[in-house]
Design a protein around this ligand. Sequence first.
Ligand code: KG4
Ligand code: ZN
Length: 335
Amino acid sequence: MLILGIETSCDETSVAVICDGKEILSNIILSQTIHSKFGGVVPEVASRSHLKTIVPIYQEALEKAGVTLDQIDLIAATMGPGLVGPLLVGLTFAKGLAFASSKPFVPVNHIEGHLSANYLQHPELDKHHISLIVSGGHTLLVEVMDFGDYRIMGNTKDDAVGEAFDKVAKIMGLGYPGGAKVDKLAQSGNPSHIKFPRAFLKDEGYAFSYSGLKTAVALYIEKLNEQEFEDQKEDIAASFQEAAVDVLVRKTLRAAREHNVKHITLSGGVAANSRLRSMFTEHIVGRGINLFYPSIELCTDNAAMIATAGYLRYLKDGPGELIANAIPYLKLSDI
Ligand code: KG4
Ligand code: ZN
């Protein structure tokens, strides 16, 4: 079965063709660099940019996969959560294609898309697992009973962890988006130089909070003169990253222990973080736990993960409706 996936929920225009939910034939991703000069995504600019590029990206995805629209069996597109204008571009394009070609269509929840990147790359994954979804918009800890059957364990009370990375990058003058830049800078820093707060670490529950950490970094930097900041910036990045990641790792491992689960998955843009991956790896040694995460390209927004989620949804529930609308605040629990 050939699935065409379309993703335009934020600032990546992406179209992919995958086969049977396990093989990527093409996954074209265009990241809109124009937003860096504004220090964040400008929704209207993002919508216009998606409009300009969606057709050529779609054509490129088919060409790279070596297929024509006639050969596609299913069309899937992100319906939410995300920015309404950008979502509408990809969703409307996908629905138009499906209508014109009389092919089944499935609207996809972007969060389920992130989670599904692991199904695409790790077929050996246990049905029952703990999934940590960490991106610019989400910090979610989920007990996955099976694909489509989720128990939400924890969420952020304020900022998402990726948002905290982006805000700290901005304060440090690293530009937008900043997660990967903080990660790179932190590699030559000392993670125990500053003891930044770890919100809710001692708490029994699974809630997260990142706005206090971001403020703590801002207040620390405010007290430094230019030279002091220059001398310490690697250590600040490493100490911030250590605090951000520490809470994620400890709570996820506690969730796996509590539910007697042996498989853990990471997904979303922050799953690309090198310290998140290495800290998890250090902690699971000798515990009989397997850690799965997607390749870097499949952590950040891409259409291959949307095609996979669309395929799995289609197998579970059949085709969706062409009246599906964009839902900016769609939750994982809404599906
Ligand atoms: O999944 P994604 O592309 O978009 C959302 O659905 O939000 O995630 C983007 C987020 C941004 O906040 C970006 O700064 C962060 O993922 N990110 C990282 C890294 N690479 C991307 N954060 C920390 N370390 C990284 N290496
Ligand atoms: Zn995303």
